[in-house]
Write a protein that binds this ligand. Sequence first.
Ligand code: HEM
Length: 202
Amino acid sequence: MASFWDRKEKPYVVLLFLLPLLWMVISLLLGCYFPDPGKALMNLSGIWASVFIVAVLSLTPIARVKTFCVISRYRRFVGLTAFFYSLFHLLVYLILFAGLSVSWILSDLVQKPYIYAGVAATVILFLLAITSTKKMMKRLGRKWKKLHQLVYLAAVCVVAHLWLQVKSDIELAVWVTVFIAPLLLLRIYQNPRYKKYFKKIS
Ligand code: HEM
């Protein structure tokens, strides 16, 4: 596969993926998120991180269809964008929510266990981001694929993160689950290790 930056359309794809961030920054500067910019940014950054997780999980099955196989060249980039929006979400939490106060974060962690699931997803995405280069792919050999299957665990953590924090409005958690659950089931179904169980059932 051609290296990451040698295709002319890549800068436009970068711009496209950065549009949500640009939109958030402009809306913030225009005062659209007041009186509670922290809450709005937390919500939107989390939603965009979820969108890119769903996108990266969808790429593998979609790229199997011959007409769409070209999109597999964006897999790494979509994954990095998911990590980027998760990191932005974390920064909004640390700066706008917690005001960088360690004691505030510690007391928040006691009250909101769903944060652990979010942190777990972010840590996994970080691991995948730092091992996504060609150099790391070569160095890790066979282990690379296994390691990168952790993206499915990250997706499970995201679903847990959303369901554990729902109060009355379950819409977002339902939407993210509706997209992620079938992609996870498809992955399990296609895994040779589990295929025999499906044969027994059918
Ligand atoms: C270090 C990791 C994370 C922390 C500390 C964190 C923390 C939080 C907190 C405190 C909220 C509630 C905000 C509020 O009260 O309005 C929240 C919401 C949210 N988080 Fe995270 N999160 C993390 C990772 C993630 C990841 C990796 C994703 C998705 C890929 C995600 C998706 C969301 C979404 C979509 C919401 C909005 C939920 C709603 O409004 O119903 N979070 N997060």
